[in-house]
Design a protein around this ligand. Structure first.
Ligand code: G3D
Length: 208
């Protein structure tokens, strides 16, 4: 079994999932009452739905596919996660922008065992990052499926996608497995940390 390495932390299946949903935990970490809007994007089959399910635990019924648009939304106690497949679907792309406004964080999910589609995934990511409305939104990359033997390590994915060339944006990559839960908590803690620090910055601006 291989585990994510970028943060250097090795975690196995998280005991937290047995007791409370991870989003409940996030709610505790998040300090303000404002709803946080998170976009979860990635190629089909990268594991977005599985991640969502793992995050929502008991709240699985709240995942709503949007008719004809293939967007799943999860609203949970102060967090709104909008999830959809990128790649293909050129006809509906113009509508994506409706979901870009007021995004607090972007989560990009990659199947790190799918070397064949790694390049495609990188190309799609670049296009998303070119969106003006997402210009300074923090980016978390989930190098998912790291329980699989042939999965690329997070640092390999970093190189392949040339993430070190990213400018003017806070980003982080986390190796994880939606199947075992490995890395999910660290990943989401990073996201919440970013959202909280951004909100603090905005409060300061308002006071000044
Ligand atoms: P998507 O929502 O991005 O399209 P899904 O992807 O969440 O539907 O996952 C696609 C397939 O990958 C599913 O397999 C799912 O079980 C599997 N998967 C997701 N995350 C992981 C992971 O971390 N490790 C492993 N080994 N598999 C994972 P099926 O066979 O159900 O289609």
């Amino acid at each position: 079994t291989r585990y994510g390495t970028v943060t250097g932390v090795q975690t196995c299946a998280l005991p937290i999932f047995n007791t409370m949903g991870l989003l409940t935990l996030l709610r505790k970490l998040k300090k303000t009452d404002q709803e946080a809007r998170i976009l979860v994007l990635g190629l089909d089959n990268s594991g977005k739905t599985t991640i969502l399910k793992k995050l929502s635990d008991e709240d699985i019924t709240h995942i709503m596919p949007t008719q004809g648009f293939n967007i799943k939304s999860l609203l949970h106690d102060g967090f709104k996660l909008n999830v959809w497949d990128i790649g293909g679907q050129k006809a509906i792309r113009p509508y994506w922008r409706n979901y870009f406004d007021q995004t607090d964080a972007l989560i990009y999910v990659i199947d790190s065992a799918d070397r064949r589609r790694m390049e495609e995934s990188g190309v799609e990511l670049k296009q998303i990052l070119d969106e003006e409305r997402l210009s300074d939104v923090p980016l978390l990359i989930m190098a998912n499926k790291n329980d699989l033997m042939n999965a690329m390590e997070a640092n390999e994915v970093t190189e392949e996608l040339e993430l070190n060339n990213l400018r003017d944006r806070r980003w982080h990559i986390q190796g994880c497995s939606a199947k075992t839960g490995d890395g999910l908590q660290d990943a989401m803690e990073w996201v919440v940390g970013e959202i909280n620090s951004k909100e603090k910055g905005e409060e300061k601006e308002e006071k000044a």
